[in-house]
Design a protein around this ligand. Structure first.
Ligand SMILES: NC(=O)c1ccc[n+]([C@@H]2O[C@H](COP(=O)([O-])OP(=O)(O)OC[C@H]3O[C@@H](n4cnc5c(N)ncnc54)[C@H](OP(=O)(O)O)[C@@H]3O)[C@@H](O)[C@H]2O)c1
Length: 234
């Protein structure tokens, strides 16, 4: 049985990843920052007791280290760095009125979070069979796409994440670990509905990203793909 660890698994895309992989017979380690409040995830676990819930706040490095220590040497085939945040008050995030504290928080969660989680779980991924790291990034992080959600903190957090993951793909090549940056499209989650125009069903976004992860090879490691199989320019 293959094992996947998903961050931010309590709602949105993370919860749907958890449900779909479980339905396909995977062992899912569903991480979330507040298991006590993870009502929907606990409901899913009640129906599927094979799912393991673990506590992990990706912006808190001590929390990541504690979670990884508790996993011991457990092997992980696929790591999905999904947890992320956007600016709730994005009209304020304009040149001339930047909220740098909010920006730092977004960078800490969206950029440093996946870098820290991936680094901390490397021994577990090396012990797995598939050896894959995926991140749920965004087209918004593309340097050539200047129109999609042009909000400085979120866009820069995903652009920096892409660069970090691209570098990790190069560095981990000799270890046989493949790395993939993904965009779910504008999906109908809590985050997606905060901006106008969310059109992609959550189930379709996740099924598409799962297909991309399944098709990932060492030859395609370090690529940036949309849920509908399009390649995204960096
Ligand atoms: N929806 C879209 O249209 C869209 C488009 C492009 C990219 N994305 C990316 O897709 C990913 C998932 O987003 P979503 O649409 O599913 O958003 P969502 O519905 O708002 O869910 C975000 C998830 O991330 C978790 N999270 C946030 N900060 C965390 C932290 N510090 N530690 C652990 N978990 C944390 C949340 O947990 P809590 O419940 O504890 O807050 C929640 O489970 C994000 O990386 C987002 O940037 C989404």
């Amino acid at each position: 049985m293959s094992t996947v660890l998903i961050t931010g698994a309590n709602r949105g895309l993370g919860l749907e990843f958890t449900a779909q992989y479980t339905n396909d017979g995977w062992q899912v380690i569903a991480s979330c920052r507040s298991p006590d409040k993870a009502t929907d995830l606990k409901k899913l676990v009640a129906e599927n007791p094979t799912i393991d819930i673990v506590q992990m706040d990706v912006s808190d490095h001590a929390s990541v280290d504690t979670c990884v220590a508790a996993l011991g040497g457990r092997s992980i085939d696929v790591l999905i760095n999904n947890a992320g945040i956007a600016s709730d008050d994005f009209p304020r995030q304009k040149l001339g009125g930047f909220d740098f504290e909010n920006w730092e928080n977004i960078l800490r969660t969206n950029t440093l979070g996946p870098m820290k989680v991936s680094e901390a779980l490397l021994p577990n991924i090396k012990a797995g069979t598939q050896k894959k790291i995926a991140v749920v990034s965004s087209t918004v992080g593309s340097l050539t796409d200047m129109n999609t959600y042009p909000v400085y903190p979120y866009a820069t957090s995903k652009a920096a994440l892409n660069k970090g993951m691209r570098m990790m793909a190069e560095q981990l090549h000799d270890d046989g670990i493949s790395v993939l940056c993904l965009c779910p499209g504008h999906a109908k989650t809590d985050m997606g509905m905060k901006a106008e125009g969310a059109s992609v069903e959550v189930a379709d976004a996740v099924q598409g990203m799962r297909n991309e992860i399944a098709n990932l090879t060492m030859a395609t490691s370090g690529s940036f793909r949309r849920y509908n199989s399009e390649s995204i320019t960096w």
